[in-house]
Design a protein around this ligand. Structure first.
Ligand SMILES: Cc1cc2nc3c(=O)[nH]c(=O)nc-3n(C[C@H](O)[C@H](O)[C@H](O)COP(=O)(O)OP(=O)(O)OC[C@H]3O[C@@H](n4cnc5c(N)ncnc54)[C@H](O)[C@@H]3O)c2cc1C
Length: 397
């Protein structure tokens, strides 16, 4: 038996014993686990599943064991993902800490900061939010105005952020602040971490037309932050900010499988057959069949490209600008997927509520609307095209 075969057998056995039955069903949105001090578990199995996975570091299989991660190599990560998919296991934990902050801390934080902040992310104990965008500084992020002034052992933070996803549920924020005015804008930015319960932090949820409030405006009024919470060097936070954005963009590229971000793993072909019928295992409508096949081929090629790039990165061949290419393609592809899904559903796709539509149909319509934000969050598609034009193609500004 090869080591990998043994790993698969052991993983399968462990999952059988440790993944509760209700965690092998499709996940209603209200049961999504984001963790944190204020976490609620409407399904208590979700907490058991989180704790079991965290005990092996498998909420973050690729992080080093010394920071609580699984320490798995790429092949082992692939096997674990396959075994989780085989039993249709729900994600044990969704987390900005895992997707964005953690990878940046691994690269830029001091050893003490890594020991302090990474293990609670793995265990889902601290929920993080992202304080980047400001009312006039979204695409032009480096123009940000929230300032942090030196006051002895602390920085005093004043300003406002906007579109801060789930800030009203978060425990801590990773925040870009201006620490040096009167220098070129990229050179006076620092990367600070602080507790959302600090005096002077407040949030105002922004309501969407759907009634949901997934993000907030976040205000800082003389918030005192210990200097030990500065990551990297003072005024050099822009490098960390950009790196973190690459991780965010990489995560959004894989959005097709992430229901929390308006993705979804429902198979296009299966759903199309349900609505338009099938003969000989094929979607009946030839034109729709062609569109779905075309989409599936692009999706497969894209997934293989992502896997190849992950392998290259693991062997030290990382290319940061790929994140912009993948983010652009992945989010546009996810939007096309939902357009096709709605096309297959016909009039069943226009429901918002009521008995004429089942839960999956209502969910698909909502996810279709949510998918429109994929090409805005983490930097718009136009901004990604600018990065590709300048940094990859070498075109002039
Ligand atoms: C669902 C969602 C969640 C989000 N969560 C967070 C979060 O948690 N934390 C956070 O900090 N931010 C968050 N954001 C904010 C997001 O990062 C910004 O919306 C995004 O960077 C765009 O900035 P803006 O909204 O200010 O648009 P603007 O920058 O005002 O852009 C408006 C339009 O102009 C275009 N444009 C701007 N500049 C250029 C240019 N140079 N060339 C070509 N076109 C250009 C843009 O592409 C866009 O179409 C979130 C956004 C969404 C949609």
């Amino acid at each position: 038996m090869t080591e990998l075969t043994a790993f698969r057998a052991e993983t399968r056995q462990w999952l059988d014993a440790n993944c509760p039955a209700s965690m092998r069903t499709s996940m209603p949105e209200e049961e999504t686990v984001w963790g944190g001090r204020r976490a609620q578990y409407p399904n208590p199995d979700a907490k058991i599943w989180l704790d079991n996975m965290a005990s092996r570091g498998w909420t973050v299989p690729d992080w080093p064991k010394e920071y609580g991660g699984g320490g798995l190599n790429l092949d082992e990560q692939r096997v674990l993902a396959q075994e989780l998919a085989r039993i249709k296991a729900r994600p044990a934990l969704q987390s900005f800490g895992i997707w964005m902050l953690g990878p940046a801390l691994l690269e830029y934080a001091s050893e003490e900061q890594k020991q302090r902040f990474l293990p609670p992310i793995v265990r889902g104990e601290i929920r993080w939010c992202q304080g980047y965008s400001e009312p006039n500084y979204g695409s032009d992020l480096a123009g940000l105005q929230t300032k942090a002034e030196d006051q002895g052992d602390n920085y005093i933070v004043n300003g406002a952020k906007i579109w801060t996803s789930y800030a009203n549920h978060a425990d801590w924020i990773f925040c870009l602040v201006r620490t040096k005015p009167d220098v070129p804008k990229h050179e006076g930015i620092s990367f600070l971490l602080f507790d959302m319960d600090s005096p002077g932090v407040s949030t105002t949820p922004i309501s969407l037309i759907s009634g949901a409030s997934p993000f907030c405006q976040t205000f800082f009024d003389n918030v005192s932050v210990p200097k030990e919470n500065l990551v990297g060097d003072l005024n050099k936070g822009w490098s960390i900010a950009k790196r973190l954005l690459q991780h965010e963009r990489q995560m959004i590229s894989g959005i097709g499988g992430n229901s929390a971000l308006g993705g979804g793993s429902r198979s296009l072909s299966e759903q199309a057959k349900n609505y338009v019928g099938e003969s000989h295992g094929q979607i009946d409508d030839p034109s729709l069949r062609g569109d779905v096949t075309h989409h599936n081929m692009n999706d497969r090629a894209f997934q293989l490209t992502l896997a190849r790039s992950a392998q290259e990165a693991a062997s030290g061949n990382a290319n940061g600008h790929l994140a912009s290419m993948f983010k652009y393609y992945g989010s546009e592809q996810n939007k096309r997927k939902f357009e096709l899904l709605l096309q297959t559903m016909g009039s069943q796709s226009v429901g918002w509520e009521g008995d004429s539509f089942n839960g999956a149909e209502l969910n698909t319509t909502r996810s279709w609307l949510r998918s429109k934000a994929n090409s805005i969050e983490g930097g718009t598609s136009e901004v990604q095209l600018n990065v590709i034009a300048k940094r990859v193609l070498g075109l002039p500004d």
